[in-house]
Design a protein around this ligand. Structure first.
Ligand SMILES: [Mn+2]
Length: 369
């Protein structure tokens, strides 16, 4: 603790130990909490990278067993792996746990190829850990998090209220937490391994959508810093792995059963284990020259899922999806891509077991121009 006290008076200690995560009854307490959190975030922002790193390290001691909780996605997995590396010789044990089932094949590929050790949150007992950390998320983001008293919160989502922690580093202006973690890594003078660099690099790429979405100059600097250390082949494999072997059959089915009329492709793929495959098939078929519309549907659970792709030229996939399915389900998107999800029970006279490409075509044909 002594070295922490030596830091500027603004270290981000919000409340005394033992006075964590209170439930708030009144407006006044919520206001107080908001004020506390905002000042903690501001105090953290005033620290240099080195000071911030030291403040973070001071939270932990040699005997600590640390639980890092994430909602597993590329940015959070990379960031958790990075913190595990930073803490590796500073604590006894670090476990990374996530409540969500990982569906996306790219994310599974990232986990497996970069050997990111993950456990499901339901398989760990948070009480058995002496320190709890949440990364790329906040205690209010998931019902499973609310029972946990977090010591450290590192995130780039907008600040929420009704929680507290000893160390709070929230920077919504950052495109990725992976960038924040890269700064910690630099401050710690740690040379990241190829796997860690590739993980962080991919995390930044995904969360900034290749720098087409919100990103800060700091994200660019971190991206550049990591670039020379990554393995391009690993990265490429992670980025392109979006199909399960068991899903190849949908391509055969799509090619054999699709209906083409004018510049449009329609196909209903039947029951799918994961609706992501509809997106993959739709994207593949939208690469066909002179095709302006691709409309792919499938049954997932008791819902009809419809994926729309258009070339966007005098076309609006989002509007079409809304026009056709807006009244019976959720539907919307952008000019080039849209999606509708409709419970079959909302579709009168339609039996999911006999739904086929022709049925899909009927729905849309009259409305497409
Ligand atoms: Mn993120």
């Amino acid at each position: 603790m002594t070295s922490q006290e030596a830091l500027p008076a603004n270290t981000n200690r919000v409340t005394d130990k033992g006075n964590k995560l209170r439930r708030f009854n009144g407006q006044v307490e919520e206001k107080d909490n908001r004020r506390e959190l905002i000042s903690a975030v501001k105090a953290n922002k005033r620290l240099s990278n080195k000071e911030r790193f030291k403040t973070l390290c001071n939270i932990f001691s040699r005997d600590d067993r640390v639980l890092i909780v994430i909602v597993a996605d590329p940015d959070s997995m990379a960031s958790a792996l990075c913190l595990k590396r930073i803490l590796s010789r500073r604590v006894k044990e670090v476990v990374i746990a996530h409540p969500n089932y990982i569906k996306r094949v790219n994310n599974l590929a990232m986990r497996d190829l970069l050997k990111i050790p993950l456990t499901r949150l339901k398989n760990v007992k948070p009480d058995q850990f002496t320190k709890k950390v949440i990364i790329d998320s906040q205690p209010t983001h998931h019902p499973d998090f609310e029972k946990i008293d977090f010591d450290v919160v590192i995130d780039h989502h907008p600040l929420t209220v009704d929680w507290t922690a000893s160390f709070i580093d929230i920077r919504p202006e950052y495109g990725a937490v992976a960038s924040m973690m890269t700064e910690y890594l630099k401050a710690a003078r740690i040379k990241p391994s190829v796997a860690l660099s590739t993980a962080l690099f991919y995390g930044i790429k995904v969360d900034t959508q290749n720098f087409t979405r919100k990103a800060s100059y700091a994200d660019v600097l971190c991206f550049q810093h990591l670039f020379k250390r990554i393995n391009q082949n690993l990265l490429k494999k992670i980025e392109t792995a979006d199909i399960r072997r068991s899903e190849l059959k949908y391509f055969r089915f799509a090619l054999e059963n699709m209906k083409m009329s004018k510049n449009r492709i329609y196909v209903h793929l039947g029951r799918v284990g994961n609706p992501d495959i509809l997106v993959v098939v739709a994207d593949f078929l939208s690469h066909v020259h002179e095709i302006g519309w691709v409309i792919i549907s499938g049954q997932y659970g008791e819902k009809l899922i419809v994926i729309f792709r258009s070339d966007g030229y005098k076309k609006d996939a989002g509007k079409l999806a809304e026009k056709v399915f807006g009244k019976v389900g959720s539907a919307g998107g952008h000019r080039q891509s849209a999606r509708a999800e409709v419970p079959f029970k909302n579709l009168k006279d339609i039996d999911p077991s006999t739904f086929e490409t022709k049925t899909l075509q009927r729905f849309l044909k009259s409305l497409l121009k």
